[in-house]
Design a protein around this ligand. Sequence first.
Ligand code: ZN
Ligand code: ZN
Length: 476
Amino acid sequence: MAIHSFSPDMTTTPTTRMSTATTSGGRAGSVPVDTARPWKLPPPRTYIFINATVVDPVAATVVPGQIVKISNGAVDSISSFVYTTDEATVVDLEGRYLCPGLIDCHVHVAAVPGGGGGGGQSPGAEAALLRQPWVCGQMLARGFTSVRDAGGAGVALRDAIEDDVFPGPRLFLCGKALAPTGSHGYADAHAGGGPPCCGSESAALSVVADGVDEVVRATREQIRQGAAFIKMMGSGGASTSPADRPSSAYFTRAEARAAHEVAASCGVHVTAHAYTPRAIRHAVENGARGIEHGNFLDDPTAELMAERGVWLTPSLVAHEAATTGGGGDRRPSLAATPDDQSSSSEARSRSLLEAGLKSLAVAHKAGVSICHGSDLPGPQQAEQSREFALRARVLDAATVLRGATTNAARMLGQEARLGQVREGFAADLLVLGANPLADAEVLAEPERWCLAVVKAGRVCVSRWDEMPEDVHRRAW
Ligand code: ZN
Ligand code: ZN
């Protein structure tokens, strides 16, 4: 077995450079197939990335000339010198950036595209479920190695990805969102159809719960089914109806506190869909540790959130997509208030987008920890990465990146293993062709800039010949 070493001097000498074409993947073939779970992938390879420029969202800097070794699905070492063997695959990342895998904190993978079969508008629960692996694969291809599902995804999907049945992001889910009668999510919970935000044309993303007893039962039920957090419909929605206004705050104090008490006792947090200061304050004062959307956030409410360490997960691209239908229409806002029923839903979405951009600045100024979200339903999920470009209009690039890396990891309680390129952390990595700390819009164009997506040490997606995908299934 030959042993090689790499140092900055050696790696600048062309004769010592190696590529995937000249080295072996090593151990995979020697590991017996797990006959009980024959879909399990072989152990991940050992990779050594030389000449890597490591993106550090914490320090908001890039560190060039690094040698990053990953093995057994984790970052083994980051140094300027490393020993290796023929079993390691060496990839020269000269001129490229090694970025932590991205985390989208507000998705609905169950809100699948495609409509219903047989001429229907909504896919049934089974059709929706069968499409979810495809949706997950697309999110992974956009560079999202983890996602937080804010209503609809089930534990079987999460576990199937974890078990290698098909590729997808790490999934952190809340089960179904809790929605009181008549609220945002109510129609979805009853009819399998509803508004585009936190509801969808697919199987229900929400469950109705009225009164303390039902809220307690529903909270426990989501936790029983593997929820990593609890989602409550804390106000009306973007697609307003007369009874579903963004300014409404639905749950009573007793209901909200009951959910918080049950969740906290099980070590999970409550987050609330809420748009207005009134609804946000109601949620925060009754135990919520997260706010979804928060488009009309004002200074005093932002200061309350910062003081209590409450996370904000905006989802601006959902409003842009609702405004343009994905077609790029940029007409000016027509709706002046969130509850303006005289305007069209497109005008209301435009109003929500403009308000949401302002709320980002308000939150950032107050010191609120901002997380990345998209909240897109159905075919609009194709616009998922555009959220980065919208945020880049009002936030610096480091803040944009932290929202999808370190802040997201902390909200998920995963700050010791996700969100950074760091020794001992999961090898969830992106190889980028440009620096996302110089221009956050790099993250908005994965097809152009994201050369490879590594999750748990495997090259799951590649757009670069020097780093081919290595998720190879074995015959059974
Ligand atoms: Zn929502
Ligand atoms: Zn949502």
